[in-house]
Design a protein around this ligand. Structure first.
Ligand SMILES: *[C@@H]1O[C@H](CO)[C@@H](O)[C@H](O)[C@H]1NC(C)=O
Ligand SMILES: *[C@@H]1O[C@H](CO)[C@@H](O)[C@H](O)[C@H]1NC(C)=O
Ligand SMILES: *[C@@H]1O[C@H](CO)[C@@H](O)[C@H](O)[C@H]1NC(C)=O
Ligand SMILES: *[C@@H]1O[C@H](CO)[C@@H](O)[C@H](O)[C@H]1NC(C)=O
Ligand SMILES: *[C@@H]1O[C@H](CO)[C@@H](O)[C@H](O)[C@H]1NC(C)=O
Ligand SMILES: *[C@@H]1O[C@H](CO)[C@@H](O)[C@H](O)[C@H]1NC(C)=O
Ligand SMILES: *[C@@H]1O[C@H](CO)[C@@H](O)[C@H](O)[C@H]1NC(C)=O
Ligand SMILES: *[C@@H]1O[C@H](CO)[C@@H](O)[C@H](O)[C@H]1NC(C)=O
Ligand SMILES: *[C@@H]1O[C@H](CO)[C@@H](O)[C@H](O)[C@H]1NC(C)=O
Ligand SMILES: *[C@@H]1O[C@H](CO)[C@@H](O)[C@H](O)[C@H]1NC(C)=O
Ligand SMILES: *[C@@H]1O[C@H](CO)[C@@H](O)[C@H](O)[C@H]1NC(C)=O
Length: 476
């Protein structure tokens, strides 16, 4: 400070004397060298900052969009709950609304496509899927809407004839992601829509007619919400970009970065009620700067709970089940045990039972439930069965299952697209939305997503379709 002032005043002598140097000449050049060194480091610092913008972004500005959030579920035909049970809008209604609202663009991220019965299993219950396919075709051909679709690379048993036809008729551009090339395994399992960069759907429903009428699904439709839709579209752009690549870039270009994440969530209003939200992504290699990984977002929701953690997920397996040899993966399981032990949180896990349920999942859930029987930990586990009531429902392949992938706690809602097992968080493409309306819930009596999701969970958990895993569970 003194030196700087001295040089400025061109009064080097004074500076030298002050600093107690013996030889005037030497001190002078020392000062000059020091000054040049500082200047050079400053220049390098500026260059470095320009080349590497800081990862920690300033707190994002709150979003003013009049976002409307609608919980969406698919209810398999003939599956019933007692009169007066909570019911929510159908996935079909949300997709129809998205199609009707679309003006310019529809971006869909998907696993596989079988909207039409003829491609998988002929049945009249395909009518909703047929309708969605027809409307997509019309949107892309006669309504001048630009449709982009990313899907997992088709295989010999999933041909994706829907997207082949949409592309052939010029209705959509389609990119197929080859995870064997990109990640050495895994699949694109993400399911979401972004319409006009303003509206979105995210949830468990595949682009499959069975996901509308034969499989139980949970998702969310959000309308008039550019801020959230644009952030989700950044994830779509990640997939779209990878469609032309053979490897995942070690460092993602800045244009894919986001400022909304676990540390600095988006502040917005959902149905006029204050909320914070962010979108997580799997695998971590698909997370550009600022994007929280799906697993980190999920673990934080569990960790933040103070009263309860309710989980409904098709598969809950603490394994990297597709690794060869298979590996133990206890990241989520350990966290659940930890919050039950240390924070006395009530943990409920509802897995799904059907003809293809892994026996490992049942024993791992039993192990959780056994802890609950000691009376010292508040942990329970159940299995939800979607029965087949008709001969056709019995014959239909890979239908009649609770395909939900969500969690609700006393202070957040998590809606995802991944099974809760290792490779879904390390290799496979997935996405999740975490919404927090806890403050608003305490201050007003407004309905929140958390509130609705908890109602939905309790309806299912307390129904005749859910059976404690420690009993003799059957699903027909
Ligand atoms: C199943 O649902 C269909 C369509 O709602 C209905 O026509 C049929 O009678 C139901 N069948 C059974 C066995 O519940
Ligand atoms: C559905 O029926 C059509 C017409 O009969 C037939 O061409 C098609 O192969 C059938 N699809 C399946 C999956 O059985
Ligand atoms: C179709 O959409 C594009 C892009 O939104 C627009 O530039 C073009 O004018 C539209 N064409 C017609 C015929 O509406
Ligand atoms: C979105 O905003 C438009 C225009 O204000 C309105 O007509 C529409 O009903 C809104 N959508 C929803 C789902 O609320
Ligand atoms: C990327 O893929 C799309 C669709 O397959 C193709 O049309 C386009 O030409 C490709 N772009 C590059 C740069 O390879
Ligand atoms: C909603 O958030 C805004 C901005 O953070 C705050 O000023 C306002 O008081 C909050 N409203 C309620 C009802 O909590
Ligand atoms: C949600 O917000 C509340 C209040 O700000 C906070 O205490 C809680 O930890 C948050 N939940 C999560 C999962 O971050
Ligand atoms: C499950 O498998 C059994 C035996 O193969 C079969 O009888 C039953 O119909 C199947 N159930 C469903 C829902 O597919
Ligand atoms: C996970 O979910 C998919 C469908 O979303 C299902 O087909 C699959 O069997 C599930 N389990 C595992 C371990 O992959
Ligand atoms: C919320 O509802 C309860 C019971 O209906 C009522 O006692 C309370 O005053 C309400 N709180 C607010 C902030 O409206
Ligand atoms: C938001 O508003 C929509 C339309 O009015 C309603 O269907 C939905 O249940 C509301 N969502 C919440 C979380 O209150």
């Amino acid at each position: 400070m003194g030196e700087y002032k001295a040089i400025q005043n061109d009064d080097r002598e004074e500076a030298v004397i002050k600093d107690g140097a013996v030889k005037r000449g030497l001190s002078c050049s020392l000062v000059a060298v020091f000054f040049i060194a500082i200047l050079t480091s400053l220049i390098f610092l500026v260059i470095w900052v320009i080349a590497n913008p800081p990862v920690v972004n300033p707190a994002p500005v709150p979003c003013d969009d009049p976002c409307v959030v609608i919980l969406a579920e698919s209810m398999p035909l003939n599956l019933t709950f007692p009169d007066g049970s909570p019911r929510f809008q159908s996935t079909y209604a949300i997709w129809k609304e998205l199609l009707a609202t679309a003006k310019e663009t529809i971006d869909i991220s998907s696993y596989y496509w079988t909207l039409r019965g003829k491609d998988i299993f002929n049945d009249t219950s395909d009518f909703e899927g047929e309708e969605i396919f027809k409307e997509l075709m019309a949107a892309g051909t006669t309504r001048n809407i630009s449709i982009r679709i990313v899907e997992n690379k088709p295989s010999h048993y999933i041909a994706d004839l829907d997207t082949k036809e949409l592309a052939a008729k010029g209705a959509a551009q389609v990119q197929s992601l080859d995870f064997n090339k990109l990640m050495g395994g895994g699949i694109l399992h993400t399911k979401f829509w972004v319409v006009d960069k303003k509206h979105l759907y995210l949830g468990s429903a595949n682009m499959d007619y069975r996901a509308l009428t034969q499989v139980k699904e949970i998702g969310v439709g959000i309308f008039n919400c550019s801020c959230l839709a644009q952030d989700l579209d950044k994830l779509f752009e990640v997939y779209w970009y990878l469609g032309n690549q053979t490897t995942v870039p070690p460092k993602w270009p800045e244009e894919f970065a986001t400022v909304y994440n676990l540390e600095t969530p988006m502040q917005l209003k959902l149905n006029g009620t204050n909320a914070t939200a962010f979108i997580g992504s799997s695998p971590p290699a698909f997370c550009p700067s600022g994007r929280t990984s799906d697993i980190d977002g999920l673990l934080n929701v569990v960790e933040s709970a103070q009263k309860f953690v309710y989980i409904a997920v098709m598969d809950y397996i603490p394994e990297k089940e597709f690794a060869n040899p298979m590996e133990y993966w206890n990241v989520i399981d350990a966290k659940l045990r930890e919050v039950a032990f240390n924070h006395h949180v009530n943990v409920r896990v509802m897995g799904s039972i059907w003809n293809h349920t892994s026996s490992d999942m049942i024993v791992f859930l039993r192990s959780l439930a056994e802890l609950g029987t000691t009376g010292r930990f508040n942990i329970q586990a159940k299995l939800f069965c979607v029965p087949a009531y008709t001969p056709v429902e019995h014959e239909m392949p890979y239908a009649r299952v609770n395909h939900n992938k969500y969690m609700v706690t006393d202070n957040a809602a998590y809606i995802g697209t991944s099974n809760w097992s290792g490779t879904y968080f390390t290799l496979t493409g997935g996405a999740s939305l975490v919404v927090n309306q806890t403050l608003a819930q305490m201050e007003t009596n407004a309905t929140t997503l958390q509130h609705q999701l908890a109602q939905l969970f309790e309806r299912d958990w307390n129904s005749i379709h859910a059976t404690p895993v420690l009993s003799n569970v059957k699903c027909m």
